[in-house]
Ligand binder design. Structure first.
Ligand code: ZN
Length: 111
């Protein structure tokens, strides 16, 4: 079973399996990892995984991004940025940078 992420007629992303770079936990099901940090970009849904074992946050390399409706997706990303006040994310690389930064911030909080 693969992980599937769909956004109503806009985009979909599939991941065959996820391996945590922190502790090596492997999962191929929605229940194995938390995915609340997943972001929508101009290039599709970029899945961001939180490991329930070691709480590492990471962007799986093996994800396949598909776009159903490019124009509608762009509009949704822009609208979402408006609504949330968060910056627009263009692609997977932008999400990776965001995750790296939040990981650094999180680890910096431990004194
Ligand atoms: Zn882990």
């Amino acid at each position: 079973m693969a992980l599937k992420f769909r956004l109503r007629g806009l985009a979909e992303t599939f991941i065959d399996s996820v391996t945590c770079p922190g502790c090596g936990r492997v999962g191929s099901d929605d229940d194995d990892f938390a995915t609340e940090e997943t972001r929508v970009t101009f290039n599709g849904i970029v899945v961001v995984v939180t490991c329930p074992s070691c709480s590492e946050v990471f962007v799986p390399k093996s994800q396949r991004l598909g776009i159903v409706n490019l124009n509608a997706l762009r509009e949704a990303v822009i609208q979402d940025s408006y609504d949330t006040g968060e910056p627009i994310l263009h692609d997977l690389r932008a999400v990776e940078e965001l995750v790296e930064k939040s990981n650094a911030d999180r680890k910096g909080d431990i004194h």
